[in-house]
Ligand binder design. Sequence first.
Ligand code: SF4
Length: 353
Amino acid sequence: MEKRPYEFELERIKALIKERGARRVGLQLPEGLKTVAIEIAAEISKETGVDVILSGNSCYGACDVDEKLARIVDILLHFGHSENPFRKHFLSEERTGAKKECNSFGNAFLSKKRFVLEENYQEKIIFIELRSTVDINPMVESAIAELKGDSVGLVATVQHVHALNEAKRVLNRSGKKVVIGKSHSLKYDGQVLGCEFSSAMVPCDEILFIGSGSFHPAGLTLYTGKRVIAADPFTMQISVFEPDELRKKRYGVIARALDAKSFGMIVGIKSGQFNLSEAIALQRKAAAKGLDAHLITMEEITEASLLGFKVDAFVNTACPRLAEDFVHFNKPVLSINEFDVVLGERSWDGVWQ
Ligand code: SF4
């Protein structure tokens, strides 16, 4: 069989199935890997004799576990993300009453209530991180030509975090000072999510991101205000992201919402994006300013799902990156921090803090 670019940990999976005596196993893969879902399902089924059920729903992050599938299987294998630390955090918060923490966007990640419901089947969900098996050295060497400063903040998605120290050695050899930052909440040093960039908040001239796609580097440049060089070890492509252009776009959206009199407060009902208490708090803040605000639950936030609601603008309390990256929305869709700017409670410069 052709070598896979990711480590699917099939031996660990088989051992786990045996150990737990599982008869029915669910598989959830991120969008980009659904193409190999059938092959992986067939292999697990053939080697262990279990019934395998594939999730056909979207899967954007560890915040997006298919809870409905988890209810009907003995084990749910969630591929491509590391265990979401917010899950544990909020469970313990429920028990201890500890203060709720927010991610970089002002959105609290998960709701307490949600995870009390989930706790019954927490043990069923197994995260398979899908470590890359690709050598990143050639790609880091070609990225060096794009680096302008002396110091580099080095970050990666979970698939490549194990290779960051090797990347650091390559960069050091070319004379670069490299910082791999500690994440406030993620599992590994240098790891980033689309909405958690604390490991990139380090003293450096620019950031080198190792991973695929534009979702993470766009967020990194927006929230750090630094130039980001994105290097994809699979395609060997190097792309450069500058903060000003993206920030200008967001300022434009905020400006369009300044005259809005009515708002839809979007409450995401996906696991890990549910944030009802925050949405209610925002609704009250809006009412105190004489604005009309309504709570709206949604699973997938798309232009089509917003279309029918007669409000002037929306505030998104679910995945904070949706408005920026995925979809073009006709009406302004604001993050929580951006809504604070509209309410006059936060400075324009403070949106990214
Ligand atoms: S960026 Fe959105 S999809 Fe990704 S982990 Fe954060 S909330 Fe989930």
